[in-house]
Write a protein that binds this ligand. Structure first.
Ligand code: URA
Length: 424
C-alpha cells in the first residue's frame, strides 16, 4: 500500500477498503507517513466525503490506536456535546442522571478557541482534581455514580495527531472527519450508553440545521453499529446556553439550577437531555424519565451527588451552599444600552471570543486562563432594553480596561432601535 494511491482513490471518490484505512491511520500515527501526505488525504475527504463504511473503518482505526477503557463498574453512560458557548450542561445532567441511578463516567476536554471545556469549569473549584488514577475514578463512580476526569493516558493518539493537523490545514469542517474524531474517543472511553448533543447555530461547528442533522444521524448510526445504545439530538447554539459564559460563572449558574432556584430554558434543556440518557439506560418511557430527572433536582439529590463528588475529587464543596467561594473577578464592567433597543439575535461565537479575550479561554493549548473571567448576559433575543439598562456585565481579573471587549460584546448583538418614549 502507498499513500499516493490512497489519496488518489479518495480524490476520485473510489471507496477505500478497511485495510487501507487501517494502514493509513497506523502509518501516520507511527510517523511513517509525512504530514503533507496525510494533509492531502484529509483535504480530499473534505472535498469528496467518505462513505458510512469508510467512516466506521476510520473511527475503529483511530479508536484502536490506543487504549480502550475497561471500567470495573456496572453499566455506564456518557454525554457528549459537540461544543458551544456557555455549555455547562454536564455539570447539571451528570449529577441529575446519577441521582436517578445511572453511572455517569465522563472523560472531558479543556476549552480551545471560543468554546469552553468541562475540565476547565471544574478546575475553577478550588482544589478540584481532574487527573485521577483509574482506581480512584472507579471508586468515586461506585460511591456517587458521577465523576469527570480529563482525558488521560493513551486514548486515541491517532486522533490527537490528526486533529492537530486538521487544525493547521483547514480540514476541521468535514462531517465524516468530525464524526470519526468524536466517536473514536467515545468508543475508546467505552460507555454502554451514549447521548450525543450536536450543537447547531452561530456558536457551533455546525452552522445550519441540515449539517447538524447529518452529523447527528451519522454519529448515532456509527455508535449503534459499534454496539452502543446511542442517541444523537440536535440542540440550538444560536444564543449562549443560559446566562453565564466563563468557568466559575458557569459553575455558579449550574449550582443555581441544582439548588432548584432556576427553572428557565437551560434547566428545561438539561432535564430533557437527562431524560434521554435515562431512556437509553432502560429506566422507563421518556415521560417517566423526564419526571425522574426533575425529581433528582427538586429532591436535592443531584446537588448532594455533586457535593460528594467535589469532596472526593479534592474540591471545596462549600461552593454548593455559597457560590461566592468560587473565584471572583477583580474588575467588572456593565455594558449599558445607549438608547432604547430590541434585541433581535446574538452571535454566540463572538460572545465566546469576547469571553476568551477577558481571560476565560485560550487561543493556544499552553495559555493559562482566568477562572473568574467571563460574561453574564442580562438579555435574550426578543427582549426590549431601555436607555441605561445593563445589557450584560463583563468580568476579568487580568483586564481592567474594557474598551475593546465592551465594543466587541455589543457588536455581537443584533438589535433594532426603538423610538424613545416607547417604554411608556
Ligand atoms: N470535536 C472533536 O473532538 N473533533 C472534531 O473533529 C470536532 C470537534
Amino acid at each position: 500500500m502507498n499513500a499516493v494511491d490512497i489519496i488518489n482513490k479518495t480524490k476520485n471518490s473510489v471507496p477505500l477498503t478497511d485495510e487501507e484505512i487501517k494502514w493509513l491511520v497506523r502509518s501516520y500515527t507511527n510517523d511513517e507517513i509525512p504530514d503533507y501526505q496525510m494533509s492531502a488525504w484529509l483535504m480530499a475527504v473534505c472535498m469528496k466525503g467518505l462513505t458510512e463504511e469508510e467512516t466506521l473503518a476510520l473511527t475503529y482505526a483511530m479508536r484502536d490506536s490506543g487504549d480502550i477503557l475497561q471500567l470495573d463498574v456496572p453499566m455506564t453512560a456518557d454525554k457528549h456535546s459537540t461544543g458551544g458557548v456557555g455549555d455547562k450542561t454536564t455539570l447539571i445532567i451528570g449529577p441529575a442522571a446519577a441521582a436517578a441511578g445511572v453511572c455517569m463516567a465522563k472523560m472531558s476536554g479543556r476549552g480551545l478557541g471560543h468554546t469552553g471545556g468541562t475540565i476547565d469549569k471544574l478546575e475553577s473549584i478550588s482544589g478540584f482534581r481532574t487527573e485521577l488514577p483509574m482506581e480512584e475514578f472507579e471508586a468515586i463512580l461506585r460511591e456517587t455514580n458521577f465523576s469527570v476526569i480529563s482525558q488521560s493516558g493513551n486514548i486515541c493518539p491517532a486522533d490527537k495527531k490528526i486533529y492537530a493537523l486538521r487544525n493547521a490545514t483547514g480540514t476541521v469542517d468535514s462531517i465524516p472527519l468530525i464524526c470519526a474524531s468524536i466517536m473514536s474517543k467515545k468508543l475508546a472511553t467505552n460507555a454502554d450508553c451514549l447521548l450525543l448533543d450536536v450543537k447547531c447555530g452561530s456558536g457551533a461547528f455546525m452552522k445550519t440545521h441540515e449539517e447538524a442533522q447529518k452529523l447527528a444521524m451519522l454519529m448515532e448510526k456509527i455508535g449503534n453499529m459499534a454496539g452502543k445504545r446511542c442517541k444523537a439530538v440536535v440542540t440550538d447554539m444560536n444564543t449562549p446556553l443560559g446566562k453565564n459564559i466563563g468557568n466559575a460563572l458557569e459553575v455558579s449558574e449550574a449550582l443555581e439550577i441544582l439548588r432548584g432556584n432556576d427553572k428557565g430554558s437551560l434547566y428545561e434543556l438539561c432535564m430533557q437531555l437527562t431524560a434521554e440518557i435515562l431512556v437509553l439506560a432502560d429506566k422507563g418511557s421518556y415521560d417517566e424519565c423526564l419526571a425522574m430527572a426533575k425529581e433528582s433536582v427538586s429532591s436535592g439529590k443531584a446537588l448532594e451527588i455533586f457535593r460528594r463528588t467535589i469532596e472526593l475529587q479534592g474540591g471545596d464543596a462549600r461552593i454548593c451552599d455559597d457560590s461566592s467561594l468560587l473565584p471572583q473577578a477583580k474588575y467588572c464592567y456593565e455594558v449599558r444600552a445607549a438608547r432604547n433597543m430590541r434585541i433581535l439575535s446574538m452571535d454566540s461565537q463572538a460572545l465566546g471570543m469576547t469571553s476568551l479575550l477577558l481571560g476565560a479561554g485560550r487561543l493556544s493549548k499552553s495559555d493559562t486562563i482566568d477562572m473568574s473571567a467571563g460574561i453574564v448576559m442580562n438579555c435574550a433575543p426578543g427582549d426590549c432594553m431601555y436607555e441605561g439598562d445593563v445589557i450584560m456585565t463583563l468580568y476579568s481579573s487580568v483586564i481592567s480596561d474594557f474598551t475593546e471587549t465592551s465594543v466587541r460584546a455589543l457588536d455581537a448583538l443584533e438589535y433594532t432601535d426603538m423610538p424613545s418614549g416607547s417604554e411608556n
